[in-house]
Design a protein around this ligand. Structure first.
Ligand code: 4NP
Length: 149
């Protein structure tokens, strides 16, 4: 299983999702590939936001070595699931998809049409966003193992 987490800048939400998911799959002995990318290109090669690195560290995850990447259409072939943090990300990714089988790989990270709020302009959001991402990563692993996602 190859999963790509996508947000706008690839420095706040999707690096948290990448780091937490990779940590959890390694812990469970699953041979899955986890990565992330942003639909925007401003932060390419930069580490995750310091506030994200800090909140992840507080809960036992190290995301400090990850570097931002820009989403590109080759990712449709490279990954099995492309999990986007909000509806704008979804639009921006789907706009680059041509094949139906590529569009089918794209889905919101949260269930029930919920979006992960962007914490970039609000320091107080990092902890609730982190906790929401961590809980959902655990669910996603179970859903993929039971083939319901
Ligand atoms: P992210 O947050 O999409 O969760 O990484 C953002 C990071 C940077 C910017 C916007 C959102 N920005 O405009 O630079």
């Amino acid at each position: 299983m190859k999963i790509l987490m996508v947000c706008l800048g690839n420095i706040c939400r999707s690096p948290l999702a990448e780091g937490v998911m990779r940590h959890l799959v390694v812990e469970q002995g699953l041979d899955w590939e986890i990565a992330s990318a942003g639909t925007g290109d401003w932060h390419i090669n930069q580490p995750a936001d310091k506030r994200g690195i800090a909140i992840a560290r507080k809960y036992g995850y190290d995301i400090s070595k990850q570097r931002a990447r820009h989403f590109n259409p080759e990712h449709f072939e490279a990954y099995d699931k492309i999990l986007v943090m909000d509806q704008q990300n979804e639009k921006d990714v789907l706009r680059q998809a041509e094949a139906a089988e590529h569009k089918e790989k794209v889905m919101l990270f949260l269930p029930n049409d919920l979006e992960v709020a962007d914490p970039y302009f609000d320091d107080k959001l990092f902890e609730p966003v982190f906790l929401q991402i961590e809980a959902r990563c655990r669910q996603i692993i179970e859903e993929i193992k039971s083939q319901s996602l």
